[in-house]
Design a protein around this ligand. Structure first.
Ligand SMILES: Cc1cc2nc3c(=O)[nH]c(=O)nc-3n(C[C@H](O)[C@H](O)[C@H](O)COP(=O)(O)O)c2cc1C
Length: 274
């Protein structure tokens, strides 16, 4: 992790707002080739980005409008306090998804066809390794403009699961679940706010498939806008402003089996027009 003061300014063409690195990023981060993805904070605001090489060991990072606003850039060159690390370093070494990749032998279409909502769970705990694999599946989901605005709150606290279960009959299965993952959308990060729910939904479905692929069971609990449950989640999870709870996944080892039925509906398929 590098800590430094850097200049934020418009580039020579006056089009892009850039942060100039005062060191050779390839040498500092031990990356002799390839794109360098970095993360850290600028004036306290979290960021994620990639570095552009400008020749002679010089590197810059382009700041999008949201980040410019968050760090207080108003068009004039300014100095900023920056922390920066290559992305892999922040993740803490090897990505957890590698550890469990080999466990899931199901092919993708079989997984999609056989996934079902599971609402009854045994008391068997789910390992942290499996939870990490599920989270990796969530982070692999597509997001609008690759903004990756989703945060994932893993709940294992029995008291909290119980509180959430008791305040929403549609989420009563949380009482017996091994855990839950609350998918939240960060409106501070999202470039196109109208896609926040879609981004979180894609992550949620990826995780449900990951859960199924690992032999676990799970169910998506919706968080209705303006509902008391949404307010409860915001309060209990101490969500910061502009971080929206979008879905809650209850998961655990399945304690129910269900019949699969065919869902093919030819009448819902249209060709070129309705
Ligand atoms: C946006 C959304 C919200 C949902 N909310 C709930 C919920 O609050 N409680 C619940 O038990 N299931 C919930 N579900 C799961 C659906 O009931 C379930 O997916 C549907 O009945 C089809 O069954 P399947 O998942 O087994 O295919 C939700 C699903 C979606 C996509």
């Amino acid at each position: 992790m590098e800590q430094f003061e850097a200049l934020v300014k418009k580039d020579d063409a006056g089009r892009l707002t850039i942060l100039e690195l005062p060191f050779d990023a390839r040498a500092a981060f031990g990356k002799p080739r390839g794109t360098i993805h970095v993360c850290g904070r600028i004036n306290g605001t979290e960021y994620r980005g990639k570095l552009l090489a400008r020749g002679g060991g010089k590197f810059v990072m382009v700041l999008d409008k949201a980040l410019q606003k968050a760090i207080g850039f108003a068009g004039q060159a300014m100095s900023a306090a920056v922390t920066m690390a290559p992305e892999e370093e922040k993740a803490g070494g090897e990505s957890p998804e590698k550890a469990v990749d080999s466990r899931c032998g199901m092919d993708l279409l079989t997984a999609i066809k056989t996934r079902q909502s599971i609402r009854k769970f045994t008391e068997r705990p789910v390992s942290g390794e499996m939870v990490n694999a599920i989270l990796c599946a969530g982070m692999r989901a597509p997001t609008a403009k690759n903004k990756r605005p989703c945060h994932f709150i893993v709940i294992t606290d029995r008291q909290l699961l119980s509180t959430l279960a008791r305040q929403n009959t549609n989420a009563a299965m949380l009482e017996g679940a091994a855990g839950a993952i609350v998918v939240c959308g960060d409106k501070n990060r999202e470039g196109i706010k109208e896609f926040l729910c879609a981004d979180c939904a894609a992550a949620t479905q990826n995780m449900l498939l990951g859960i199924h692929g690992l032999g676990l069971g799970g169910v998506w609990c919706g968080v209705a806008p303006n509902s008391d449950w949404r307010k409860l989640l915001i309060g209990q999870l101490a969500l910061p402003p502009k971080v929206e709870p979008v879905s809650v996944i209850a998961f655990g080892w399945p304690d129910e089996t269900k019949e699969l039925c065919d869902r093919w509906e030819a009448a819902k398929v249209h060709c070129n027009r309705w």
